[in-house]
Design a protein. Structure first.
Length: 411
C-alpha cells in the first residue's frame, strides 16, 4: 500500500501510525513531522510553528490556531506550551494524581475507567502500544508459540519482529492486502497447524481493528465474532489491537463492550486521539493482566511516573464518543454539500472509521490546497485527482457551511 504523504511548497507534513517524533524507521516515519501529529501530543504542532524553513527562500510555516481545521491525523495537535498549560489546568482541578511506578493516582483511575468502558475485569497502563501488543500475545500464547495475525497489522509489519525476537513467537500472516481474514481462512490456518506431520497448537489470534493500513477499516463485528467463536471452540485466546477502537464510535451496529467481549485482551492507544503524550491501556481478565504487569517490569516498562499521560487521557475520555460522532456529522454535511456543489465526489471506505477520500475535478483542484491553507484549513496534496480526508475533532471548530464555502470558493 502506498505510503500517504502530505507535501506543499514550503512545508512537508508526513503521517506515521506510531505518531512518535523520535521514530527512526523510514518505512514508518509518516508522522506529521511538523503540524499534524496523529494525536494530541506534547510534540507536534509546535514544530510546525517554530521550526526553521527548509531553505532561505521558503516562506514561513504557518502557525496553527484554535480555529485550524486539519483534514489529517486522528487527534487535535497541540504545541508543547499548549500541552503544558493544559496539563497545569488539569492539575489545578485535581492535584492528587501522582503515581509511583504506575501505582495509584491518575494511572489507577484510568485503568479502572477503561476496564469499565471495555467491559473487562481490569486494565494495565503501558508506555507504548508495541509493548501492549507484545505482552498480550506473550501471555496469551504461553508455551504455544504459534500465533495468527493479519498481514496488514501493526503487530506483523510495524514492530520490527518484536514478537519473534523478544517472545519467541511465530507469526502466521493472513489476508495480505485486505483488512481482515475470513473465518474460513482462519479455520484453514488452524487446521494446517494442528494437522501437519508435526502438529502445533495455535497459541493466540490477534486482530487489529480499525486497520490503519486498510484506510482505517474495521473488522466487521460478524467477522470478528465468527473468528472468536472458532477460537473459543479450540480454546485459543484472542487479542485485539484496538489502538483506534474509539474511532468506530457511531458506526451502525457498533457497541464498544460487545465488540471487546469477543477478545481476551484489548489494547487502546492513549496518544493518537486522547490527548496523552504517550501510553497505552491493555484490558482483560485479572489473571492475564496480572501476568502482563509482571512482564511489564521485566521489559523495563514500569516507568517511574505515568500521570502526565494518564491525566489528559482521563480528561479526553470523558464524552469523547459524543464529540467524535459530532465531528463525523460535520464531515457528512461537508461531503453532502461538496457533492451537491459539483466537482467533488466523496468516496467512503467500506467499514471505515475516520478516513474517507474525495475525488476532485481538475477545475476544483486548481489552487484548492493553498486557498484552504490561507483560510487556516489544511488538506493533503491532491494526487491524481484524489485526496485522503481524515475526520477528527478539529472539524468541530467550523460550521459545515463555512467549510463548504472554503472548499468551493473560486479564489
Amino acid at each position: 500500500m502506498r505510503e500517504p504523504t502530505f507535501e506543499r511548497a514550503a512545508m512537508t507534513i508526513e503521517f506515521c501510525d506510531c505518531a512518535s517524533p523520535d521514530c527512526a524507521d523510514p518505512a514508518r516515519r509518516r508522522l506529521f513531522a511538523a503540524a499534524l501529529p496523529a494525536g494530541l501530543m506534547m510534540f507536534g504542532a509546535n514544530a510546525l510553528a517554530a521550526a526553521p524553513a527548509s531553505s532561505a527562500s521558503a516562506p514561513p510555516r504557518p502557525k496553527l490556531t484554535e480555529r485550524s481545521v486539519l483534514f489529517g491525523g486522528d487527534g487535535v495537535p497541540m504545541t508543547t506550551l499548549e500541552w503544558t498549560r493544559h496539563l497545569q489546568q488539569l492539575l489545578e482541578r485535581d492535584p492528587e494524581v501522582k503515581d509511583v511506578y504506575l501505582a495509584e493516582g491518575a494511572v489507577e483511575k484510568l485503568e479502572k475507567r477503561f476496564a469499565e468502558k471495555l467491559g473487562k475485569q481490569t486494565a494495565v497502563f503501558l508506555p507504548t502500544g508495541t509493548l501492549a501488543n507484545n505482552l498480550a500475545l506473550r501471555v496469551l500464547c504461553g508455551e504455544n508459540r504459534h500465533a495468527l495475525v493479519q498481514h496488514e497489522s501493526h503487530v506483523y509489519l510495524d514492530e520490527s519482529n518484536a514478537a519473534s525476537t523478544l517472545n519467541g513467537l511465530h507469526l502466521v500472516p493472513l489476508a495480505k492486502g485486505r483488512a481482515a481474514p475470513t473465518p474460513e481462512e482462519v479455520r484453514a490456518a488452524i487446521d494446517e497447524a494442528e494437522n501437519g506431520p508435526y502438529p502445533l497448537k495455535v497459541g493466540a489470534i490477534s486482530l487489529e481493528s480499525p486497520v490503519r493500513r486498510a484506510d482505517g477499516a474495521m473488522v466487521p463485528y460478524d467477522t470478528a465474532k465468527a473468528i472468536s467463536d472458532q477460537a473459543r471452540a479450540k480454546k485459543i485466546p484472542m487479542h485485539l489491537d484496538g489502538a483506534r477502537l474509539l474511532l468506530a464510535s457511531g458506526l451502525p451496529g457498533f457497541e464498544l463492550k460487545a465488540y471487546s467481549a469477543l477478545f481476551d485482551t484489548v489494547y487502546v492507544s492513549l496518544y493518537k486521539y486522547l490527548g496523552a503524550p504517550f501510553g497505552a491501556i491493555l484490558a482483560g481478565e485479572s489473571t492475564t493482566i496480572d501476568k502482563v504487569r509482571e512482564w511489564r517490569h521485566v521489559f523495563g516498562g514500569t516507568i517511574f511516573r505515568g500521570w502526565p499521560a494518564a491525566l489528559p487521557a482521563l480528561d479526553a475520555l470523558e464524552g469523547f464518543e459524543a464529540r467524535y460522532i459530532a465531528a463525523k456529522a460535520v464531515a457528512e454535511r461537508l461531503f453532502a454539500g461538496l457533492a451537491q456543489a459539483g466537482g467533488f465526489t466523496p468516496q467512503r471506505v467500506e467499514h471505515g472509521t475516520n478516513i474517507a477520500f474525495l475525488q476532485v475535478s481538475p477545475e476544483r483542484a486548481e489552487g484548492l490546497v493553498e486557498r484552504l491553507r490561507r483560510n487556516d484549513i489544511y488538506l493533503r496534496d491532491i494526487e491524481q485527482g484524489r485526496v485522503q480526508v481524515d475526520i477528527n475533532l478539529t472539524l468541530l471548530r467550523r460550521s459545515p457551511d463555512e467549510l463548504i464555502r472554503a472548499f468551493t470558493a473560486s479564489r
